[in-house]
Ligand binder design. Sequence first.
Ligand SMILES: O=C(O)c1ccc[n+]([C@@H]2O[C@H](COP(=O)([O-])O)[C@@H](O)[C@H]2O)c1
Ligand SMILES: Cc1cc2nc[nH]c2cc1C
Length: 357
Amino acid sequence: MKLLKPTLDNIKPLDKDAVEMAWKHIDNLTKPIGSLGMLEEIGARFAGITGKLHNKVKKKNIVIMAADNGVVEEGVSCAPKFITKVVTENFTRGITGVCVLAKQAGADLTIVDIGVDDDFNNPKILNKKIAYGTKNIAKEAAMSYEDAIRAVEVGIEVVDKLVMDGVDLLGTGEMGIGNTTTSAAVLCALSGLSPDIVVGKGAGLTDEQHKNKINVVKKALEINKPNRNDPIDVISKVGGFDIAGLTGCFLAAAKNRVPIVIDGFISSAAALCAVRLNPLVRDYIFPSHLSAEPGAVYMMKELGLEPMINLKMRLGEGSGCPLAFMIIEAALAIVNEMGTFEEANIVNDFLIDIREK
Ligand SMILES: O=C(O)c1ccc[n+]([C@@H]2O[C@H](COP(=O)([O-])O)[C@@H](O)[C@H]2O)c1
Ligand SMILES: Cc1cc2nc[nH]c2cc1C
């Protein structure tokens, strides 16, 4: 608990004055009030995070937590377990989906082995392994309560270091065969929603395999009885090391007042754990896209956040983050570069605010 408690205690609210100043400025730009929609909201919230009206991102980084899940032995994924290791290795070769998109956005990757069921001999993969995969949640707890805290603290440590190195916009990604099962279980545990509506087909399942996956999540919840008021208990019982590590990333980003982007279903499960640990974290989080996994809609509802785009993506890896980075940078450019009514020599006495409040 040497990192978790001080991190939770040091998360502060947004700078309200900066948010107010940003809205005043944005509403005074030459456009109908609210007409740049979410770009305006992003610009205002960014100001609240940094405390400055004008912001420019210098260093973007996506943290990818890789881990295996014991529940894979229940037949919940179309892909075999070794794919976790292969794709994780491929992150270092620049050939996976997130690598290509991150390059487009000028973002770096931090690849973390937090629980892959094999060893790497690769200096580009950070070795923060807690264990060689989790236990099968359909039979027992994924990990001990202590290991869940250790895994959350890995995420805190990784983000603290990135922020010290000058990273000022973070993304979250993961790799782990079986992790749409654990993410669905975490969402059900924290929300009380039924696995019937939350569980999806992940990387791809037949209808019959999908039915089995729903039953596996039901069984995991029945056997483990996670305490919905204790997110660490939920992670340790039905989560995974990747979800735990990413939870720490969200907490540390908020503590350091650095904006952090959600990718898909798995990273939003981690975001939800972080927000339940400290509700102030929510204001530091930007969801990128709406994952095609059916539970993603419920995840956003529980978080009280709205994704920027819907491209029907369901790759994971952090692949939505570079796209969101481009949108965020566009929002900041609007705040920084658009002209005001004074600059445009227009007396604005005609515009009506029709924004939904
Ligand atoms: O992030 C998402 O929305 C998402 C949706 C479906 C699948 N994935 C990725 O696919 C893997 C998990 O799929 P599964 O079917 O093995 O649970 C894992 O490596 C994730 O990165 C990711
Ligand atoms: C090939 C492959 C790549 C992935 N990337 C994230 N999850 C994945 C799952 C599979 C199966």
